[in-house]
Write a protein that binds this ligand. Structure first.
Ligand SMILES: Cc1cc2nc3c(=O)[nH]c(=O)nc-3n(C[C@H](O)[C@H](O)[C@H](O)COP(=O)(O)OP(=O)(O)OC[C@H]3O[C@@H](n4cnc5c(N)ncnc54)[C@H](O)[C@@H]3O)c2cc1C
Length: 463
């Protein structure tokens, strides 16, 4: 036995590394096992951070080409240097992953390099050595979901990982799946000049989001030049000398047709990743979707083994994983860790952005909850007009009787930042009137949030 720890966390994504840091802050002796060459997991290496770097760069390029003329800025000879754009993305990732390494050193968290396998409760093997721990935390994350008949090679048929690495703008990119990742990366390549077609099995985009928001969002993306084939399924993909030929048919069945693409992005969702972790050997139970089963305190059915993040049930989001990491570390240190699953924002980082929080109208209707809706468009917001970013609206759903905010949905400029004030409001159990009576700076995009809160009582001022 090499060394004994209070906690060994397997996986250094936002769930794992944050859990390790918080446990160390609380005085526990902590190790984190990571098999990737760098820390930070999917999020920092091949997920949130590189995708946001490319979204920002492509947005800057697109604005320079198309939006700035309207502001009186005329530039000739604007060119795309994709190699530099990709190199910058690499620099952003490197700064972030090195940052986690620094934080591990600062907090005295030991990085055990290699793949971790649980050999018995309280025992983890890494690279031929065995380590002991009072508590083992599984934070091994997720991987891209495969689709039979569509074989990924990460060059012409890619997952998000390959879509972040393309060294040439494809003429025609076909995205399979109209969810967050497909639409974000589709937007990147659309802005850089690709023709983009999104094929979605369902009859709508971003399933799980408010239906009205999803419809409005699709209209905006269509205006930006994206094409959509909804209620359509992909049944096969054949690679040839000149790209890929996809076979598609109506989701309900019917005549098939072919679509040609230079690059295909497969983004139909992600699934829990537990390969070679030894779960079966130690008897850790998983559910029908391969996720590690946990109770309300992140404990599995095997004493001393816990799990957090994408590998367990719940939204596959970095901040959900982080908050679970903090809560679990606090529980292991004898404190009262807790995550409020009713207030977890979800953001699509296109432009405009889409942000969702709490219940959708569809969910409230299904639950038979009586509610009021307050909506306010960015066309009536002074700051949005000044920015030239008037697409979208803020929508607040509040309990009909108590006025307590039950959900908030924004499609519009910087929606991902705007939603934060409503998250704080919901954490404090605020009513729509509380937000409406809060003084908001003028002129700010947040005034649209205040106006939507006023609109819940039918008294918006600026419309
Ligand atoms: C393209 C893309 C964009 C995204 N954008 C966003 C976004 O904007 N916002 C957001 O909230 N979420 C986003 N996500 C989702 C987010 O990345 C995940 O929700 C988050 O990374 C989950 O964190 P985690 O700690 O559970 O697991 P992960 O980040 O997946 O980390 C798990 C780590 O465990 C390691 N590991 C696995 N098995 C072992 C083993 N046996 N031994 C050692 N190490 C092991 C893996 O190498 C990996 O580094 C995005 C995902 C993708 C793919």
């Amino acid at each position: 036995m090499s060394e004994t720890f209070d906690v060994i966390v397997i996986g250094s994504g936002p769930g794992g590394y944050v859990c390790a840091l918080r446990a160390a802050q609380l005085g526990l002796k902590v190790a984190c096992v990571e098999k990737r060459a760098t820390l930070g997991g999917t999020c920092l290496n091949i997920g949130c951070i590189p995708s946001k770097a490319l979204l920002q760069s492509s947005e800057n390029f697109h604005a320079t080409m198309h939006a700035w003329k309207d502001h009186g800025i005329v530039l000739d000879g604007v060119k795309l240097d994709l190699a530099r754009m990709q190199a910058r993305k690499g620099e952003v990732v490197e700064a972030n992953v090195k940052g986690v390494e620094f934080l591990f050193k600062k907090n005295k968290v030991t990085w055990l390099k290699g793949a971790g396998r649980i050999t018995a409760p309280g025992k983890v093997a890494v690279n031929g050595a065995e380590y002991a721990a009072k508590h083992i935390v599984i934070a091994t994350g997720s991987e891209s979901m495969p689709l039979p008949g569509v074989d990924v090679d990460e060059t012409t048929i890619v997952t998000s990982t390959g879509a972040l690495e393309l060294d040439k703008v494809p003429d025609h990119l076909v995205v399979i799946g109209g969810g967050v990742i497909g639409l974000e990366l589709g937007s990147v390549w659309r802005r850089l000049g690709a023709q983009v077609t999104v094929i979605e099995f369902l009859d709508r985009l971003i399933p799980g989001n408010d239906g009205e928001v999803a419809k409005h969002f699709q209209r905006i993306l269509t205006k930006q030049g994206m094409k959509f084939r909804l209620s359509t399924k992909v049944t096969g993909a054949v690679k040839g000398n000149e790209g890929v030929t996809l076979t598609v048919e109506p989701a309900k069945g019917g005549a098939s047709e072919q679509i040609k693409a230079d690059v295909v992005l497969l983004s139909i969702g992600r699934r829990a990743y537990t390969e070679a972790l030894g779960l079966q050997d130690v008897g850790v139970a998983t559910d029908e979707r391969g996720r590690v089963k946990t109770n309300g305190h992140y404990a599995t059915n095997v004493p001393g083994i816990y799990a957090i993040g994408d590998v367990i049930a719940g939204p596959m989001l970095a901040h959900k994983a982080e908050d679970e990491g903090v809560a679990l570390a606090e529980l292991l240190a004898g404190q009262a860790g807790h995550v409020n699953y009713d207030v977890i924002p979800g953001v699509v980082y296109t432009w405009p952005e889409v942000a969702a929080l709490g219940k959708t109208e569809e969910e409230l209707k299904a639950a038979g909850t009586a509610y009021n809706v307050g909506k306010f468009p960015f066309t009536a917001n002074g700051r949005a007009r000044a920015m030239g970013d008037t697409d979208g609206f803020v929508k607040i759903l509040a309990d009909k009787k108590t006025d307590r905010i039950l959900g908030a949905h924004i499609v519009g400029p910087d929606a991902g930042t705007l939603i934060a004030e409503l998250a704080v409001a919901m954490e404090f159990g605020a009513s729509a009137e509380d937000v409406a009576r809060t003084c908001h700076a003028h002129p700010s995009l947040n005034e649209a949030v205040k106006e939507a809160a006023l609109a819940v009582e039918g008294r918006a001022l600026h419309i």
